[in-house]
Design a protein around this ligand. Structure first.
Ligand code: CA
Length: 264
């Protein structure tokens, strides 16, 4: 325990001096937050964790900046001047599969946001601990199937390319290349949607509960609402041209969870 843990994370513009900076990771982060001291604080945490970090306080500018930066991680405030966070996230999703954590002013907003199918991967309500935010981001980056960062040792030969291609009916899922096609046509999935599908495809006969999917996709430290799984599965099915009653690719197992469909 150090001083930071008992400070209730009062936003300050300086990073925690007790923690040594980590070496650059080659990952890029973008902070979109119009409260400048908070933006700076989040930015300093990201930089200390080795992210090359860009900060903006403006919604419309954020979309432009994201095209330039091509971020791996975006911390996105909901209430922004210009475009709000919902619209920024929607526009971002047309060209980026960055991991998006959306910040909200009120806990109650999270349910509404989830219902809006914004395309964020995670949500935090203010005030939050920057450490908790970083823990969630790091957990996300440790996800074994997460493509963006998962540092892959050059001599790692535990899996062959063939193990990483799943075929289910007309659907092909290339885990390594993070590509999904249906009937030969590429399907643009968010990172979270992709990881859910990959988790199900890994053991096609096995039903995964929502809790198991959360652990597989968000990591064991994630303490969010299991309802988020259903929302992401809903988006996933829509993009795959699947539906809840048929479940060609993602089948609902009532009262239990989800499993891979048989492709027909
Ligand atoms: Ca704001």
């Amino acid at each position: 325990m150090d001083a930071m843990d008992s400070s209730h994370s009062q936003p300050t513009a300086t990073s925690d001096p007790a923690a040594p900076p980590r070496p650059p990771t080659g990952l890029r982060a973008m902070v979109v937050e119009d409260e400048a001291p908070l933006a700076k604080l989040i930015g300093s945490y990201l930089e200390r964790d080795g992210f090359e970090t860009a900060i903006t306080g403006d919604g419309a500018g954020a979309v432009t900046l994201a095209r330039q930066v091509d971020p791996d991680v975006v911390v996105l405030d909901l209430g922004l001047p210009g475009l709000d966070g919902v619209e920024v996230c929607r526009q971002l999703r047309t060209f980026s599969d960055a991991y998006v954590v959306m910040l909200t002013a009120r806990t109650e907003e999270i349910d509404t946001l989830i219902g809006l199918s914004v395309g964020a991967d995670d949500y935090m309500s203010k005030p939050f601990s920057p450490r908790e935010l970083m823990a969630r981001i790091q957990a996300m980056l440790r996800r074994p199937r997460a493509g963006i960062a998962a540092p892959r040792p050059a001599d790692s030969t535990t899996t062959t390319a063939a193990d990483l291609i799943h075929r289910v009916g007309d659907l092909t899922l290339d885990v390594d290349g993070r590509e999904v096609t249906v009937d030969g046509r590429p399907v643009a999935l968010t990172r979270t949607e992709f990881d859910i599908l990959a988790a199900l495809a890994r053991d096609p006969g096995v039903v995964l509960t929502r809790a198991q999917l959360i652990e597989a996709v968000w990591g064991p430290s994630w303490a969010g609402d299991a309802h988020l799984v259903d929302v992401h599965v809903g988006h996933l099915r829509r993009k795959l041209g699947d539906d809840a009653t048929r479940g060609r690719y993602v089948r609902t197992v009532r009262g239990v969870g989800y499993k891979m469909g048989a492709g027909q």
